[in-house]
Unconditional design. Sequence first.
Length: 450
Amino acid sequence: MTFDVINPATEKVVGSVPHTTLEETDAAIVRAQQAFESWRNVAPGDRGRLLRRFAEVVDAHNEELARLEVENSGHTIGNARWEAGNVRDVLQYYSAAPERLFGKQIPVPGGLNVTFHEPLGVVGVIVPWNFPMPIAGWGFAPALAAGNTVVLKPAEVTPLTAIRLGELALEAGLPEGVFQVLPGKGSVVGNRFVTHPLVRKVVFTGSTEVGKQIMAGCADQVKRVTLELGGKSANIVFADSDLEKAAATAPYGVFDNAGQDCCARSRILVQASVYDRFMELLEPAVKGVVVGEPGDDATEMGPLITASHLSKVASYVPDDAPVAFRGSAPDGPGFWFPPTVLTPEPGDRTVTEEIFGPVVVVLPFQDEADAIRIANDSEYGLSGSIWTNDVGRAIRVSRAVEAGNLSVNSHSSVRYWTPFGGVKQSGLGRELGPDALDSFTEVKNVFIAT
């Protein structure tokens, strides 16, 4: 069985990828387990050198990977270059980890007590279609650094860059079986990661609905799981902020990757006293977003991923929707939807549901307490922004908002040096940062009587 990969900007078939069968998945997992026995014993310095070599090979193929991602997922070429560079940077960052995977010496009576961070074994990484390259790297780089082997399933609709990364890993010198990419159906390959006893951990990024199913399946084997799920992040704009900058940057906090981002600031909360002025400033910023051919360096937003996803996003903006204003999008082939700003009533489904497209709602609030209440009135808690020039307020609101990642006077969510993950139904566990290896290891305690 094969799957056609469609360029979402042109609707043309880019390539056809064979799906991995259940039997092939089992065989790959066995190969990964066999490779684990030797990979875990590679000297830390040598494992680090191999990961640095992998980073160098990815860097040498940055433009190739970026152009492939434009075809694979419709990402703008600027974003795609950054994404390939992020894989390189994450590999480089975690290449230092094998030699710094420190245990502890704990004072105890009667002997010496030490701890070791032991690798888990085979790790299954399930990657979504919205950011195929970086999210793959966030899983496989620390897992490999900790001494695990990895089987990785890319999303069905966007497998091409992951497949190429698997080829580049071998080119860089990683041993056979250490990092394998298995394109295929979630119900076959992804589900087997959950049910196969040799897979000791599953890393999943995707919808909250599927994440719950994976968590339930992993419970049957008491299997480790990291989940990065949905979001409905708030961008809170206080009256004392730099209103011009807040309005100018707000579109890029939600319309990047056509809003197909779980960190998208898809709820803009604006203090009532400056609401009208903010909307005046926001309109030209939204209409100024350059939507078009993803391969063009000037393009800032590309298409949605599939025709079915376009229909889902469009269903949130019927003819009678409270549209304040919208940007433009190309006509003709491709799954295009214009950047759209809504001003709905607080209980509307556009306020509570993750649209996962270039649609943002703007809501007024009265004071700090009201802003916090509205921001936390969500089942999600992944990311968000706070715009204020009051440092005390920035700290108070940051502590009060229920989210795993917040930025003050910024829309950045992911920095590979720092932890990333959600609260509530946005996920479980943390990726990236200096502590990521903890989630790919078990702490072993050893007491030596003296």
